[in-house]
Design a protein around this ligand. Structure first.
Ligand SMILES: Nc1ncnc2c1ncn2[C@@H]1O[C@H](COP(=O)(O)OP(=O)(O)OP(=O)(O)O)[C@@H](O)[C@H]1O
Ligand SMILES: [Mg+2]
Length: 280
């Protein structure tokens, strides 16, 4: 039987998998696991928001997190770049390993971690500065030399499929862009610091179908270079773009596997009910 590459047994054996072991038709997976979450529990005060999560996320794929509102998707996403460190009364137990290193290790440089693990939020949040300065912001604070900046800005805007729309107005305020353009700008800002992993928390929920299509196309292109996690309430979106899906309820990971298996042949009744719209 083929082991589900997104789960692993409690002995933590076999943290790597290769194409020959898992003949995938959705994604070229030849590399090792990028993120490995084990025995992860999280509390906000006395309320437990994540319950014993075990999950492996392969490199260079799109992983969708789905589940009813309040089930802990954003919370789990934030454990991957330690954004929950900023939340008072938040207690975390367990391990989150990126390329085999536990990011909750006391030697972790959190600023460096957040450069490696970028995040794009539901509501586009450009800084109140020019388009150019938004994208240049990260490289500048990470000490990139002045003369390299324009090239980085152009590359990131091209990767985010925004360059053609803004190349003649780079000095204008980012807040003058449309919502869909602002979201692509935020993606460019994330790409400009050259991350390894990008976390998208409902990136299209405020966008029209055309902008949504552009962002989805972009995510598919980006997975060649990055590992992507996307939280979505849009089941069609999950099936259109993701290679793997994890379904959560009340802080628990209920089921995970290849997206087509989760949607066509869910093993847990709760998953089936959720994806067919019978609850949640
Ligand atoms: N900063 C916080 N302080 C206290 N409780 C929080 C905090 N953030 C989230 N929670 C609680 O943790 C639980 C999980 O919240 P989370 O935002 O992760 O859910 P979600 O699955 O992303 O939901 P949605 O789909 O609505 O975005 C909820 O009960 C929420 O109220
Ligand atoms: Mg959320």
């Amino acid at each position: 039987m083929i082991e589900n590459p997104t789960t692993f047994n409690s002995s933590g054996k076999n943290p790597h998998f290769f194409m020959e072991d898992f003949p995938l038709h959705t994604a070229p997976h030849t590399g090792p696991v990028s993120i490995e979450i084990s025995e992860l529990n999280l509390w906000y005060g006395s309320s437990r928001a994540l319950k014993n999560i075990h999950l492996r996320l392969p490199q260079n794929c799109i992983f969708a997190f789905i589940g009813p509102s309040g089930c802990g998707k954003s919370t789990l996403l934030r454990t991957i770049n330690r954004m929950n460190d900023l939340v008072l009364n938040c207690k975390i137990e367990g391990k989150v390993k990126i390329n085999n290193i536990d990011i909750y290790n006391k030697n972790t440089d959190v600023v460096e971690l957040r450069k490696r693990v970028g995040m794009v939020f539901q509501k586009p949040n450009p800084f109140p500065m020019s388009i150019f300065d938004n994208v240049a912001y990260g490289p500048r604070i990470h000490g990139v030399s002045k003369k390299e900046i324009p090239e980085i800005v152009e590359r990131a805007l091209k990767q985010a499929a925004l360059w053609d729309e803004v190349k003649d107005r780079l000095k204008t305020p980012a807040l003058s862009l449309s919502g869909g353009q602002q979201q692509r700008l935020c993606i460019a800002r994330t790409l400009a610091v050259d991350p390894e992993i990008i976390l998208f928390d409902e990136p299209c929920s405020a966008l029209d179908p055309i902008s949504t299509g552009k962002i989805e196309e972009l995510m598919i292109q980006l997975k060649d270079r990055y590992t992507i996690i996307v939280v979505t309430h849009n089941m069609q979106q999950a099936t259109r773009i993701s290679d793997y899906t994890a379904f959560f309820m009340s802080g628990e990971l209920i089921e995970t596997g290849r997206t087509e298996e989760i949607f066509e042949n869910p093993k847990d009744e709760r998953t089936e009910k959720y994806i067919t719209g019978r609850f949640g």
